[in-house]
Design a binder for this molecule. Structure first.
Ligand code: SF4
Ligand code: FES
Length: 158
């Protein structure tokens, strides 16, 4: 387990190159979809299921590392949507999550809201969110009110 997790695998790519990258990892039953440009480096995936998610490895996802239900449970906790999944017998649409709304403060990071929420921005636009939504607490995000991972770069403590 890493005490200060970072995704070293992304450091050689520019943000522009990262934007278009989508990786898929399948065990024949479930396919995990990974969009590195959306990762906010919360570390939730590899702290929760290090047998599957390990940024020190190449590839960093070992899909055979755990049973399908454990993988799905962990993927649902990804606060940014960088990780999603679909069951291979179903369509390739990422599964929407129905969950009770829970609010959690991530140390030195965003405010995580689990479940279905409607977010109204300063212009009055309403966006429906599900799964887990990460809201910026550090003030440095370029995509407010959402976290974009800037807290890792600006040294936010709180
Ligand atoms: S945002 Fe998702 S993919 Fe990125 S570290 Fe957190 S849980 Fe893992
Ligand atoms: S808390 Fe992540 S960018 Fe502000």
């Amino acid at each position: 387990m890493l005490s200060n997790p970072v995704f070293v695998r992304s450091e050689r790519k520019t943000p522009e190159l990262m934007k278009d990258i989508t990786k898929k990892y399948s065990n024949g039953e479930v396919t995990v979809v990974w969009k590195p440009s959306e990762c906010i480096h919360s570390g939730i995936c590899f702290r929760g299921l290090g047998e599957v998610f390990d940024p020190r490895k190449r590839p960093w996802v070992t899909i055979e590392g755990a049973a399908t239900d454990r993988i799905i449970t962990q993927v649902k906790k990804c606060p940014s949507g960088a990780l999603s999944y679909y069951l291979n017998r179903d369509s390739e649409e990422p599964v929407k999550v129905e969950a009770e709304t829970i609010v959690e403060t991530l140390q030195n990071g965003p405010l995580l809201v689990y479940g279905n929420v409607s977010v109204k921005d300063s212009a009055g636009n309403i966006t429906r969110k599900n799964n887990v939504t990460a809201f910026c607490r550090c003030g440095g995000s370029g995509n407010k009110p959402y976290c974009d991972g800037s807290h890792k770069r600006n040294g936010f403590v709180g």
